[in-house]
Write a protein that binds this ligand. Structure first.
Ligand code: AMP
Length: 264
């Protein structure tokens, strides 16, 4: 199974991805995690994106597309994966389509977690407060200013993907504001529905059946020793004779509504 989880920051994509990993044995491919790991490791990509991420802006499409392309080819991703945080722009979605087509694989569903932005801001603020209270280190982009910028980036650059995937017919929306387990149950139902509706499409995609050729009737065994040609010729002359008789009757019949002329 290959899925995309779509939703603004804080919508619960990571949490739901973990449920799906446990349930279906898929791997979670989070571009945010991959980029953070690159920053931590101080790789060339990490150095390129560190400031961008800290500001809450989106990293360049080419950079993110190349790390996803490399990642989906690794053996653990062959069975299926959940893309969490990717694609985030229409060019990324187009690049993903091309990449999947090249590898001969298709997306099963795009799950949109629908959320209310005000409630989301409160949710993230409380997550930040809880992390601080536990004495844990905050992520660089876990502060209210950056959060607002990340939400703006989502509205402007990522939200158009909802229409993109609706056009593709792969979009399923669930209520991301519901309790975690309820969201997980909604996602499962959405995936079952996606599977049900995908089956007829697969049947349609099967190679077309061979069309009957005009020669086909002649391949039938000839009836009672007659050759098919003669049988057809006889049937046709009988039809013609019948038509002539009908035509004659039609011509001699009295027009409707008039009394028949008595026979002489
Ligand atoms: P996330 O953990 O998914 O919220 O991502 C954290 C940050 O990583 C984002 O604010 C972006 O700066 C960067 N990032 C993650 N995924 C992408 C992506 N698909 N395209 C561009 N930037 C990304």
């Amino acid at each position: 199974m290959r899925l995309i989880l779509l939703g603004p920051p804080g919508a619960g994509k990571g949490t739901q991805a973990q449920h799906l990993v446990a349930k279906y044995g898929l791997v979670q491919l989070s571009t945010g995690d991959m980029l953070r790991a690159a920053v931590k490791a101080g790789t060339a990509i990490g150095r390129q994106v560190a400031d961008i991420m800290a500001r809450g802006a989106l990293c360049p499409d080419d950079t993110v597309v190349s790390i996803v392309e490399e990642r989906i080819q690794q053996p653990d991703a062959r069975k299926g994966f959940i893309l969490d945080g990717f694609p985030r722009t229409v060019p990324q979605a187009e690049a993903l389509d091309r990449m999947l087509a090249q590898h001969g694989i298709a997306l099963d569903a795009v799950i949109e977690l629908r959320v209310d932005e005000d409630a989301l801001i409160k949710r993230i603020e409380s997550r930040i407060a809880q992390t601080k209270a536990r004495g844990e280190k905050l992520r660089d982009d876990d502060n209210p200013d950056v959060l607002h910028r990340r939400l703006a980036a989502y509205r402007e650059q990522t939200a158009p993907l909802i229409a993109y995937y609706r056009r593709h017919g792969t979009l399923r929306s669930v209520d991301g504001m519901a309790p975690i387990l309820e969201v997980a149950a909604q996602i499962e139902r959405a995936l079952e529905e996606a599977e049900r509706t995908a089956k007829p499409a697969k049947r349609v995609a099967a190679p077309p059946r061979r069309r009957r050729t005009a020669k086909r009737p002649a391949e039938k065994p000839p009836a009672r020793g007659r050759t098919p040609k003669k049988a057809t010729a006889r049937a046709s002359s009988r039809r013609k004779a019948g038509d002539r008789r009908k035509g004659a009757r039609r011509r001699t019949a009295a027009p409707k509504g008039l009394p028949r002329r008595p026979r002489a």
